[in-house]
Design a protein around this ligand. Structure first.
Ligand SMILES: Cc1cc2nc3c(=O)[nH]c(=O)nc-3n(C[C@H](O)[C@H](O)[C@H](O)COP(=O)(O)OP(=O)(O)OC[C@H]3O[C@@H](n4cnc5c(N)ncnc54)[C@H](O)[C@@H]3O)c2cc1C
Length: 458
């Protein structure tokens, strides 16, 4: 039986719309469908579009329609980070300003343009199961009408951090931290202080805050921390959240006269990645490949760019270019490595609380001397939920065949060889392994112990 679709795109966020629109630019005759579990009325995280996204919207022919949505222009970032107050003005960006958007409206707008281009959109249709013969058989659960099944030649997983299809196709999701965002909305009142359109970022002892104007005269305030710290400080409840807010200087002053809404939403915001991003007649896009820390402010841009790269890869693969999917994976992994290096730099710059658990986990200063001799206590160098290295990167660390120890400098070289891992990320990763007692420092070879023997009694 001829399948209903050439490509079924599961998930209907920015990555899904981007892959669909780019695919149709390359081949108008493709039969595409998007299956989205929501009806675009649910609360979504991520509201600031970074300036380069305007270029992509222009390239897709969506720019004029986007401007009609009257979102709020974003002029840059002001941060109180690492004891310094700095600003990043988009005025000096060659891409112009960014935008603060209402994510439901933005995501629905993109999906609507995919429909205009010829995609069939099925909302309230949650993907539940996949099996493969010649084609993919996909099962969905519709909110009103119940189960239905669809056949498709190809599948794109655009389900975001859930990576729902990839996990069924054999991939596993690997977590590198346990970051969460606890978000509250405020209405701007007449007595509110004048609000500017910058995103304000403030480091705090237990994490960091960001606050930003959003459309409809609202401001959004988010506390970012690790899941366990959010729990112990009860920042997932209004009173605990407010207690953390009171410890801030800039953020609490900025919102003092605004009217708080009652709800607090907690979103997963951890950095994670999928162990596989393509397989036989499928690939993943956007957050389903890997997620970025909200500090980067680049998640939506990355998702849409990944959709564009994926469209080229699928198109080339369908034209008989066998290595197109492998090349797509290489580009994605290289981008991921650059992001992981930058994440280390950002957090190290922000650290002013040397003993606070949140910063100890990610903002440690370099204290490990290159000549430190390290003994191997384990052969697994991956620390689940608290790692500066991906599982694959951590496998590069091996004990030399001829000895029981290695210097820190040798291990850093092992990590860096043939990878994009920066010096700083490599050193801090080794240091974290020492702190977790996976590696133990030994007395340096050739040094003389300074313990004086007991005097001889005659
Ligand atoms: C607290 C926080 C703040 C952030 N702030 C920013 C920011 O300011 N700027 C920025 O650029 N990025 C930000 N991000 C990141 C950004 O939100 C994501 O990177 C981006 O949304 C990824 O797009 P995507 O299309 O890959 O996935 P998503 O946007 O997550 O879309 C996935 C879609 O799949 C659907 N879906 C999931 N499972 C199924 C299923 N089983 N069946 C069918 N459909 C399914 C979902 O409903 C959703 O519509 C933030 C993230 C967090 C957590």
């Amino acid at each position: 039986m001829e399948p209903a679709f050439d490509i079924a795109i599961i998930g209907g966020g920015p990555a899904a719309a981007s892959v669909a629109l780019h695919l149709l630019k390359l081949n108008r005759s493709l039969r595409l469908a998007i299956f989205e579990s929501s009806d675009y009325t649910n609360v979504r995280a991520g509201e600031t579009l970074s300036p380069p996204l305007s270029g992509m919207l222009k390239e897709l022919g969506l720019w004029e329609a986007f401007l009609q949505l009257n979102f709020t222009e974003a002029f840059g970032t002001r941060s109180s980070w690492g004891g310094k107050t700095t600003g990043n003005d988009f005025l000096f960006s060659m891409h112009g300003t960014g935008w603060h958007v209402n994510r439901n409206v933005f995501d629905k707008f993109l999906a609507g343009y995919a429909v205009k281009a010829g995609v069939q959109l099925y909302t309230e249709s949650k993907f539940v199961f996949a099996s493969k013969n010649k084609n993919w058989q996909l099962q969905f659960q519709h909110k009103e009408t119940g189960e239905f099944a669809v056949n498709s030649k190809w599948v794109v997983d655009a389900t975001g951090r859930k990576a729902s299809f990839a996990r069924q196709a054999g991939a596993s999701v690997i977590k590198l931290d346990q970051l969460c965002g606890a978000t509250r909305w405020y209405s701007i009142t007449n007595s509110s202080a004048p609000q500017d359109s910058f995103t304000h970022i403030e480091a705090a002892e237990n994490g960091w805050w960001y606050s930003t104007l959003v459309p409809e005269e609202k401001m959004l305030v988010t506390f970012i921390s690790d899941a366990d710290i959010i729990k112990t400080t009860t920042a997932d409840k209004l009173t605990g959240w407010e207690k953390q807010l009171q410890k801030t200087k800039e953020t609490s002053a900025l919102i003092s006269a605004n009217k708080a809404e009652e709800e607090l939403y907690v979103f997963p915001a951890l950095t994670q990645y999928s162990s596989r991003i393509y397989g036989e007649d499928w690939l993943s896009v956007g957050d389903a490949c890997y997620t970025m820390d909200p500090l980067s402010g680049q998640g939506i841009l990355k998702a849409m760019r990944s959709g564009a790269f994926a469209a080229f890869a699928i198109h080339d693969f369908m034209q008989g270019k066998e290595d197109a999917l492998r090349k797509y994976e290489q580009i994605t992994l290289a981008e991921r490595s650059v992001y992981l290096n930058q994440k280390v730099d950002f957090y190290q710059e922000g650290n002013t609380w040397k003993d606070a658990l949140f910063w100890e986990r990610r903002g440690a200063l370099i204290s490990l001397a290159p000549a430190t001799v390290l003994q191997f206590n384990h052969s697994d160098f991956f620390i689940p939920g608290n790692s500066l290295l991906t599982r694959e990167e951590s496998r590069k660390l091996i004990k030399p065949a001829d000895r029981e120890t290695c210097t820190a400098a040798e291990l850093v070289q092992q990590l860096k060889a043939g990878t994009g891992i920066s010096d700083k990320r490599a050193i801090l990763a080794i240091q974290a392994l020492v702190n977790h007692k996976v590696l133990s420092p030994q007395a340096a070879l050739g040094t003389i112990p300074d313990a004086i023997p007991t005097p001889t009694e005659i």
